[in-house]
Design a protein around this ligand. Structure first.
Ligand SMILES: *[C@@H]1O[C@H](CO)[C@@H](O)[C@H](O)[C@H]1NC(C)=O
Ligand SMILES: *[C@@H]1O[C@H](CO)[C@@H](O)[C@H](O)[C@H]1NC(C)=O
Length: 264
């Protein structure tokens, strides 16, 4: 009896530390002794890591664990480094406990941890589980939503990553996602002409820094007239904190101008 008392805590500590680090792109995870019944008082964790740009898909082709209320005795726990995704036990799902059935678990990131735990008895000789996992590519391009677009213009997914590109006439910003217009080098020398913001009448592109120069021969003055269709982002209290138009003519300066009212 004394021997038993001494040995049990030691074994428990040993089992607690049983973590198997897995770095393969696919594989099979089985309970100890599978397909024979699993040992009692066992805890094993498989920590699966796949490269960035991939997720982990996990499903069970066989599942047979001792059922218990809220899976408090034997269980299989699937978690990320931040949250528990599922706790399974039994053979079939009940109101209070879940068994995985045909469910396919997909990790939110490139890490997934699967823990198998059994308590002191496995009297009915439950056989445990046989799980399979594989790395699946994240299609970053199809995950865009309007709030947080992956790329400004074109998104290209490849296995393990993605990249952005821009429409003709635009340059990729150093953030590798935003497209900015190339418009800093415009010279107008004709006696009349039209200048409009990039993409006009569609919204102008973000991160733009455009310069338009008008230069005529000596003896002319320049008359600049704005269309009524004028719209530059403004602010109700602060004067043109985001976007603006500025005009310089010799020593004279106009602006910053913003808002919806055309300067005429
Ligand atoms: C395995 O994953 C668990 C859960 O995220 C973590 O607490 C533990 O430190 C990991 N162990 C190893 C050896 O990676
Ligand atoms: C953009 O891409 C280049 C080349 O692939 C890379 O060196 C750089 O670190 C990336 N910049 C950002 C902000 O991701």
């Amino acid at each position: 009896m004394r021997f038993f008392l001494l040995v049990t805590p030691f074994l428990w500590m040993l089992c607690e530390a049983d973590v198997i680090v897995v770095k393969e792109m696919f594989g099979e995870i089985r309970t100890p002794n599978f397909p024979e019944s699993y040992p009692s008082e066992t805890e094993v964790t498989w920590n699966i890591t796949v490269p960035e740009g991939f997720r982990i898909k996990l499903y069970f082709i066989h599942f047979d664990l001792e059922p218990s209320y809220l899976c408090e005795y034997d269980y299989a726990k699937v978690e990320t480094d931040e949250q528990i995704l599922s706790i399974f036990c039994g053979r079939e799902s009940t109101d209070t406990e879940q068994s995985p059935g045909q469910q396919v678990i997909v990790s939110p990131g490139n890490f997934l941890s699967l823990t198998f735990r059994s308590d002191f008895s496995n009297e009915e000789r439950y056989t445990g589980f046989d799980a399979h996992y594989s790395a699946v590519d994240i299609d970053e391009c199809s995950e865009r939503n309007d709030e947080d677009m992956v790329c400004d213009h074109h998104c290209h997914n490849y296995i393990g990553g993605f990249y952005c590109s821009c429409r003709f006439g635009y340059l990729l910003h150093s953030d590798n996602r935003t497209c900015k217009v190339e418009c800093s080098d415009n010279l107008y020398t004709q006696r009349s002409g039209i200048i409009s913001s990039a993409d006009f009448p569609s919204p102008y592109p973000k991160s733009s820094d455009c310069l338009y120069r008008i230069e005529l021969e000596e003896g002319f003055v320049i008359n600049l007239q704005f269309d009524d269709n004028f719209d530059i982002e403004d602010h109700p209290e602060v004067s043109c904190p985001y976007d603006y138009l500025k005009i310089k003519a010799g020593r004279k300066g106009f602006g910053p101008i913003c808002g919806e009212k055309s300067p005429g």
